[in-house]
Design a binder for this molecule. Structure first.
Ligand code: FAD
Length: 574
């Protein structure tokens, strides 16, 4: 029998990138919030500059919850389920702890483009209905970029983003992303510094007539709110030993705790969201130290990352929701997307020391010319696109895994490969396209019928494959990458093969937002169509991925949801 605790205003399940922002906004507005977090607390002192220990073994992240429930994968419903292709693989896939995956994320902090919010209607307007790929369920977001803009701005200033604006209130700004939607003001911090490599590709991009710029990052280029500036150690994926990072454990969560309105329970694993007979949520059940607790709440916000958001809803069955909470329209798990970010392009700059082992991954020259609808797609056979990034942070093991150009006929093993690496590993430049994927009827999440986690709950199964639109966009962007590297002086370029990723740090959908309850799980405020005092935070609500990383957008949405809750408390919590 679960121990019943004192009722609170709001329970936030998961105190990561999205949950941390919601806790900040709600507690600042005076609400009592309980934050239930499956992991513990980490401090900057836990950070180690150790690629082997952190990216391949389990030194910091441990065999945390996320590593014991990695989704399984199958490319389609007719093929057997297998262990997932994962990006990044465990132990780095996801973090369990106060701050969540923002503790070890790479800090690229993007706004989506206005087109990403209106992909369906804008595509039909420009190219006709036949341009929507067959089988795609792509939908417009139920809000526009302009409606989200103030919340992007709040988030950027709360966590400290370094960058250069490209469009302030409609006026194009040289040096920034000239394709971005209008922003209300400049970034709070200047962009991260350039390196030899980022300058090399920036010069080449400009010569090609493209519009390169330094990508935005939540690593602080200058001291910010008492936190120091970055040392460019290049180990952001293990946390930040100097606290120069905008992870939620370093900024917004401490500020929320300072209000004395946030009560954090660590090592508290939520297993079910409970409901009454009318379909309103009543609280959550969680396990801590082998005991079960019931935390009643007027409102529950689920912020446990895409896979766990869907899993907890599907596991929370009741008489009002026999197929899972908020799933009476069969939408939980649908419209799943896994970002297409494995299509690197490599180029050899013989004899040139690029020194990409220095610096950090968000220290990147980026072009947005081939993203979204920033170029004419007539006759190309695909819609959308992606950013292409030339970034630093090539750690030693990754460098030692560099494949030689296929034209040389050297295998990825043996003495010939080692000799090639010795001579060339520091002279290989890489470009990373971050390519949009669309939602399809055939790509979805559900509960795996056979694989279970250590508590006996089914893990999520991702049924996902790259579709023709994704593959054509990949080929197009990789060609652009080759052109870019050659212009920068590469003697030869070669391409990685894009593969579908079953378990991805950039995972989207499963609890899509929309105006139609028959085609979405939550409304434009991220509250459930079916259980009105249940909110869902995270990229699981995104109707499209865009061609850039998700976190700042999900944080802006979390801010907007919390703001809406504060302003409409009586109606939602009634
Ligand atoms: C190595 C790496 C690099 C990345 N780089 C970038 C980047 O450069 N830019 C970018 O935009 N994004 C990046 N990402 C993705 C980014 O980390 C996520 O988009 C973001 O953290 C997701 O936020 P979230 O709040 O949905 O989930 P998280 O931040 O993962 O937080 C979810 C929280 O929920 C908790 N939780 C889960 N299940 C339960 C449960 N049952 N009960 C209680 N608590 C639970 C977890 O412990 C966790 O703390 C990266 C991710 C990784 C892994």
């Amino acid at each position: 029998m679960a121990k019943r605790l004192k009722k609170t205003d709001v329970v936030i399940v998961g105190l990561g990138a999205g949950g941390g922002i919601a806790a900040y906004v709600l507690t600042k507005a005076g609400m009592n919030v309980v934050g239930l977090e499956a992991g513990g607390r980490f401090s900057p002192q836990d950070e180690q500059l150790n690629e082997l220990g952190n990216s391949f073994h389990f030194n910091i992240f441990g065999r945390a919850k996320a590593n014991l429930e990695v989704p399984t994968w199958r490319p389609n419903a007719s093929t057997p389920t297998v262990p997932s292709t994962a990006s990044p693989g465990p132990p780095a896939l996801m973090m369990n702890g106060v701050g969540g995956s923002s503790i070890h994320y790479a800090t690229q902090s993007w706004r989506l483009l206005p087109w990403n919010f209106q992909t369906r209607s804008a595509t039909i307007n420009r190219y006709g209905a036949s341009a929507i790929p067959a089988g795609s369920t792509v939908a417009d977001w139920p809000l526009t970029y302009d409606e989200l803009e103030p919340y992007y701005d709040h988030a950027e200033y709360a966590i400290g983003i370094s960058g250069k604006a490209g469009n302030i209130r409609g006026k194009i700004q040289p040096g920034g992303d000239t394709f971005e939607g209008p922003r209300s003001r400049e970034y709070p911090l200047p962009p991260l510094r350039q390196s030899g490599y980022t300058e090399l590709v920036a010069g080449a991009g400009t010569r090609l007539g493209w519009h390169p710029f330094m990508g935005p990052s939540s690593v602080h280029s200058e001291p910010f709110k008492g936190a120091p500036a970055c040392t460019y150690c290049g180990f952001c994926n293990n946390g930040c030993f100097t606290s120069a990072k905008g992870s939620t454990d370093l900024h917004v969560i401490p500020a929320a705790e300072a209000t004395r309105k946030l009560s954090i329970v660590t090592h508290a694993r939520v297993t079910q969201v409970t409901t009454d007979k009318d379909g309103r949520v009543t609280g959550v059940l969680y396990l801590k130290g082998g005991k079960e607790f019931f935390q009643p709440a007027s409102v529950v916000l689920l912020a446990t990352f895409t896979y766990e958001n869907a899993r907890l809803l599907l596991l929370s069955t009741s008489s009002a929701f026999p197929n899972g909470l908020s799933n009476n329209h069969g939408q939980v798990g649908k419209h799943y997307m896994s970002h297409n970010s494995t299509a690197n392009v490599l180029g050899l700059f013989p004899g040139r020391k690029l020194n990409r082992w220095s610096g950090l991954g968000a220290q990147a020259t980026v072009v947005s010319d081939w993203d979204a609808d920033n170029f004419d797609h007539s006759g190309l056979g695909f819609i959308g696109g992606g950013t292409i990034q030339g970034a630093m942070q090539l750690q030693p093991i990754s460098a030692a895994s560099t494949p030689p150009p296929p034209s040389l006929g050297i295998p990825n093993w043996g003495s010939a490969w080692k000799a090639w690496l010795k001579q060339n590993a520091n002279s290989v430049g890489t470009l990373l396209p971050q390519i949009e994927t669309l939602p399809y009827e055939d790509n979805y999440l559900d509960l795996d019928p056979t694989t279970r986690d250590t508590l006996g709950y089914p893990v999520i199964r991702a049924t996902f494959d790259l579709q023709q639109n994704d593959r054509l966009a990949t080929a197009f962007l990789q060609d652009k990458g080759s052109t870019w590297l050659k212009e920068a002086g590469a003697s030869v370029t070669w391409k990685a093969t894009a593969v579908p990723i079953g378990a991805h740090a950039h995972a989207y959908g499963g609890t899509r937002m929309g105006n139609d309850p028959a085609a979405s799980v939550v409304d434009q405020w991220s509250f459930s169509h079916e259980a009105p005092n249940l909110g869902v935070l995270g990229a699981s609500t995104f109707p499209t991925t865009g061609g850039r990383n998700p976190t700042l957008t999900l944080q802006a949405l979390a801010w907007r949801t919390a703001d809406h809750l504060v302003k409409n408390w009586k109606a939602i919590a009634a």
